[in-house]
Design a protein around this ligand. Sequence first.
Ligand code: NAD
Ligand code: UD1
Length: 337
Amino acid sequence: MKILVTGGAGYIGSHTCVELLNAGHEIVVVDNLSNSCEKSLDEVKKITGKEFPFYKCDILDYEGLTKVFDENEVEAVIHFAGLKAVGESVEKPLEYYHNNMTGTFNLVKVMKEHNVFNIVFSSSATVYGSPKTVPIKEDFPLSTTNPYGSTKLMLERVLSDVYVSDNRFSVVLLRYFNPIGAHKSGNIGEDPKGIPNNLLPYVAQVAVGRLPKINVFGDCYPTKDGTGVRDYIHVVDLALGHLKAVEKRSNVPGVHIYNLGTGQGYSVLEIVKAFSEACGKDLPYEIVPPRAGDVAICYADASKAKEELGWEAQRGIAEMCADAWNWQSKNPNGFEN
Ligand code: NAD
Ligand code: UD1
């Protein structure tokens, strides 16, 4: 299949490009490089030994996107492009709504004009808000607490409405839990700009000496050790989930919704321990007050993806931390090396 990957230079996108190419698909990548660099795509080419076209194009640019579709016989789109920092979205809501919403409107409009009806969309476990129970199933109530989350929930509804308006569409909504880790080569990985907001890149930067200590946000949650529990999933497993979704659901009209998680919850302190083991040193940490808006426990029931897509996460927490450490230690300053 020829697959357009928007946001393909980013963290999850670049790993997905590798798995799509390894599986024999052709890809075309569109990214404006606002949160990534072209070097990640050079590494994808080296890892796979395959070439593909890259367009430095903003999905807000209708003419630019039209050119991409005119020049390539795209059959399906995997749509990663978007802004993703929760805190920043609270400070800059208009930028987030414009980029994520208008960009997707443009994309779907151009898809329709070119008779492309298969789209896989990056949603997030953030659409479950503060779940009443765990594990979380796809039919749980939905709500959000910040503009980033709202763009995900609104785009889920928009894409569902697009299907209702035109039954040729196959819309796959993938709700990711917490992607971490990196490709085995250590040549692509997560490379956040500035101080990381998320736990794993923060821990990795402490391990490599870029940051002095880990701040553990609260130890009074009703969890095994009082710290927050999340469903961490290896980014390569997540990438393979996209491969299955695009292969099994393209040309199957409808709205298909799947959790992509492992179904296992780990606490912050368990992650600190697992990463300490991976990097071979005890990492310093301090308990600080909880972060506003954080939920205590969040993990997936991923059985629907297993039943319908034949997909299941394979990689455990030790491998996730080892691969994240391999990437970070080989590239202490990310792609800037
Ligand atoms: P990322 O920032 O590494 O990748 C997103 C890519 O999109 C970047 O390369 C960026 O340059 C590009 N982009 C942003 N706006 C664009 C635009 N207007 N036009 C073209 N390109 C644009 O993020 P990621 O972690 O790889 O996340 C990919 C997707 O998955 C995002 O939609 C994100 O919201 C979603 N998601 C991520 C996580 C996570 O924890 N990483 C969790 C749930 C959902
Ligand atoms: C974050 C996003 C969420 C997104 C999800 C997956 C926020 C507020 N939420 O959620 O929208 O869907 O990532 O990408 O950013 N922690 C620390 N110290 C740190 C960082 C985090 O103790 O320096 C704790 C948190 O309190 C939480 C856990 O580690 O318990 C994981 O945090 P994080 O990696 O930010 O992910 P989420 O909170 O799940």
